[in-house]
Design a binder for this molecule. Structure first.
Ligand code: ADP
Ligand code: ASP
Ligand code: MG
Length: 407
């Protein structure tokens, strides 16, 4: 008996039959004596369909109107799921993000939750009702509807779990848990029984979209225990929790991939203070997200600076660099799209030399060239050609014997 927050993703509520299945799961949890708050995403691909609709009207939609549009997807699923539960004879109420007391900042399309007023949630729990909340959305202090970025329903669920001190936040999706790599790409990927917040944060931000990065950050900050499970079976999932309570520290826990990478290299950049600041301020002011940055050793009084970002931003980034060139006095610039970032993540690599060497050897043996490398305490990332990405993930997965990882 306790308070349980459950979140069901788009595929899990993709059609009326699946909505009925989710209703049964919620009712079973309620029947065990728990209070249940359920967060749902928009049905199937309906968020993508809404985006396509907007795109057919304008190439440059206002961010406010985009949020107004996208938030409707989740409203469809909360209403239908509540009807399904009511149909089965249970007391239930559906709430939009705003009605659930979720407040955000003003950054339309990728708003951050600033606070949760839990009074309505508490009132409905006290009345014994099942609560169904629209994921991915909130409102600003002035009442504007916002959305939390793609995959944001995960964050809604974790934030509500923190706000009502739930015992656990269960994320139900279309795979059985967090795997050593995307199970759709690596057929012998293995489900991890547990993963630390820090490892999950790296995995999510490096491309393992099974949890939104912001949701993991929120869970870590508020110490929310998260369990990732399938909505289609009763298999045990993956627990995401503080590393100190995990039984074992693994050398490598997983291989993540990001298939949307472009690299820009600026050649012959004068080796003077302030130049890098100029370049990256210019990019930041134009809302271009930069990921890796590598500066070469100076050759005399010049060096080269390479950075990576999203493919879709590369033309804009080139425009900005071209404009800055006379000011920074660089010799030239080169762009390469269609690259991938393949990363390994593992808390154990901090204290074990040779992990990077093993990763690079695996790639070399497969004849794959590395364009850029970056590391942190618990991750190593390599940029390489997009068309080599799938084989790269597999050979690295094999090298660290991740399909044999212990349960
Ligand atoms: P939902 O709609 O339920 O939020 P998502 O599509 O956002 O589901 O996330 C689940 C998907 O994440 C899986 O179908 C899987 O292909 C992908 N994925 C990527 N990396 C991993 C991983 N390491 N472990 C599990 N799933 C992963
Ligand atoms: N429906 C939103 C999306 O597709 C939010 C979510 O699914 O978490 O990104
Ligand atoms: Mg998701």
């Amino acid at each position: 008996m306790g308070i349980i927050v459950q979140k069901y993703g788009g595929t899990s509520v993709g059609n009326p039959e699946r909505i009925m299945n989710v209703a049964n799961r919620i009712i079973a949890t309620k029947e065990k004596g728990n209070s249940v708050i359920t967060v749902v995403s928009a049905m199937g691909d309906s968020t993508d369909e809404l985006l396509a609709l907007a795109n057919a009207i304008t190439k440059n939609p206002s961010h406010r109107e985009m949020d107004m549009l996208l938030a409707t997807g989740e409203q469809v699923s909360i209403a239908l799921l509540s009807m399904a539960i009511k149909e089965k004879g249970y007391e239930v109420v559906s709430l939009t993000g705003a009605q659930a007391g979720i407040y955000t900042d003003n950054t339309h399309k990728k708003a951050k939750i600033t606070r949760i007023d839990n009074r309505r949630l508490k009132k409905e729990i006290d009345a014994g009702k099942i609560i169904i909340v629209a994921g991915f959305q909130g409102k600003t202090e002035s009442g504007e509807i916002t959305t939390l970025g793609r995959g944001g329903s995960d964050t809604t669920a974790v934030a509500l779990a923190a706000a009502i001190k739930a015992d656990v936040c269960e994320i139900y999706t279309d795979v059985d848990g967090v795997y050593t790599s995307d199970p759709r790409l690596v057929l012998d990927a293995k489900k991890l029984p547990f993963v630390s917040y820090d490892e999950m944060l790296e995995l999510a931000s490096l491309g393992a979209l099974v949890l939104q990065t912001r949701a993991v950050e929120y869970a870590k900050q508020h110490n929310v225990k998260v369990c990732v499970r399938s909505s289609f079976n009763n298999n045990e999932g993956t627990i995401v929790e503080e590393g100190s309570v995990m039984e074992k520290i693994r050398l490598v826990s997983g291989v993540a991939h990001d298939l949307d990478v472009a690299k820009i290299t600026i050649y012959g950049v004068p080796d003077n203070p302030g130049i890098a600041g100029n370049i990256f301020r210019g990019l930041a002011d134009n809302a271009i997200n930069v990921d890796m940055i590598v500066q070469s050793n100076p050759r005399g009084s010049i060096n080269d600076i390479s950075f990576t970002g999203h493919n879709e931003d590369k033309d804009k980034a080139m425009e900005i660099i071209d404009k800055l060139t006379p000011q920074i006095g660089s010799e030239g610039v080169k762009v390469r799209g269609n690259l991938a970032k393949i990363s390994i993540v593992g808390a154990g690599m901090q204290s074990n030399p040779g992990v990077a060497a093993s990763m690079f050897e695996a790639l070399a043996k497969a004849g794959i060239n590395i364009e850029l490398i970056s590391t942190s305490e618990i991750k190593i990332s390599c940029i390489l050609e997009l068309e080599k990405a799938k084989i790269a993930v597999q050979v690295i997965h094999d090298k660290f014997k991740l399909s044999e990882i212990e349960d």
